[in-house]
Ligand binder design. Structure first.
Ligand SMILES: [Zn+2]
Length: 330
């Protein structure tokens, strides 16, 4: 039996999150039991969790998940001044996943628009893959469904890390099954790479790529089959150049051509741009909740994320080797 904890957006707050009782009211949905300070908060969080579970499973997998045999408890600490963060744990055993628990904290707005979709995506991936993913692929994908403000923050951090020798070489990053001591670069770089891949093939291809890579532990082969790239090292170079250029979107004119199922990559810049973009976001009940800007409403018009491409160019992480980091946030 392998027990695995997935720590969410802001690991540093985990200790505070688990420190004391926070529940004052409960709310039950088909797949969640929420404890939150007020009954209204518990209801809003529970309904949003259920809606995200449905909508995000459709986006990532192409259809909703079956109901879990037992609901996932969500313990929510809600206060305006709290830093946003979350942790979800579950148990993998003999190809099954169960024993869900989720702890989340932050302002209600940030819980609803970032922490919850992030943590729910972890549960969708666990339900789908039924085995641990490389950390970059898991955290990176989960970060792509956060609010644009949070994603922009990750991009700013990425630029900082790449220019201070804290980038992680891709072969090393692809092999990581646990969090590194210097964890923040893993989040920032994982997010950026997940975004890069999803913008070129959509979420479902990303899931297919991860499943393929997991199946044979052959990530270079999976890159070739799903993205037309020869290997992980080549991906690092192409990705880094994309970051240097300011993360431009693939041209719409070159969209809709599927990559070859197998074979050498060839001119990846042309093939990569020929792949399908993210599917158009679908309106959902979550998106229409008043007083909140949902990821779905904003996905189609991602703001240009601030970042200094020149800073990367000025000091590129030639090998992307992470500097040793003695301090740990966990
Ligand atoms: Zn996470």
């Amino acid at each position: 039996m392998l027990r695995r904890s997935l720590e969410g957006l802001c690991l540093a707050w985990l200790a505070a999150l688990l420190a004391g009782p926070v529940s004052a009211a409960g709310y039950r949905t088909a797949n969640f039991v929420v404890d939150a300070p007020t009954a209204e908060q518990a209801r809003r969080i529970g309904d949003a969790a259920e809606q995200y579970r449905h909508d995000l499973a459709v986006e990532w997998l192409g259809g909703p998940l079956p109901r879990w045999s037992r609901p996932c408890p969500i313990r929510a600490q809600v206060a305006p001044q709290l830093g946003a963060g979350g942790a979800t744990s579950f148990v993998f055993d003999a190809g099954e996943v169960f024993g869900w628990t989720m702890s989340i904290q932050g302002s209600e707005e940030r819980i609803l628009d970032s922490v919850l979709p992030h943590e729910i995506t972890h549960t969708i991936f666990a339900s789908h893959f039924r085995r641990p993913l490389p950390r970059w692929a898991d955290e990176g994908a989960c970060t792509t469904v956060e609010h644009p403000v949070e994603r922009a923050r990750q991009h700013r951090l990425l630029i900082e890390f790449l220019t201070t020798q804290r980038g992680i070489a891709f072969p090393e990053m692809f092999a990581m099954r646990e969090y590194p001591a210097d964890v923040l670069p893993l989040y920032a770089q994982g997010y950026s790479l997940a975004r890069f891949l999803i913008e070129r093939g959509g979420r479902r291809r990303y899931v297919a790529f991860v499943g393929d890579g997991l199946g044979g532990n052959d990530w270079s082969g999976a890159l070739g089959r799903h993205y037309g790239l020869p290997d992980v090292a080549q991906l690092q170079g192409v990705w880094l150049e994309w970051v240097r250029q300011g993360c431009p979107a693939p041209p719409a004119a070159l969209v809709a051509v599927s990559p070859p199922a197998t074979g050498p990559a060839g001119d990846w810049s042309a093939r990569g741009r020929g792949q399908s973009p993210d599917p158009a976001p679908q309106p959902s009940a979550v998106a229409s909740l008043p007083g909140r800007r949902s990821i779905y409403a904003l996905q189609a018009r991602r703001p240009s994320e601030p970042g200094s491409a020149t800073a990367v160019t000025a000091q590129p992480p030639a090998t992307g080797v992470a500097a040793p980091e003695t301090a740990s946030v966990r």
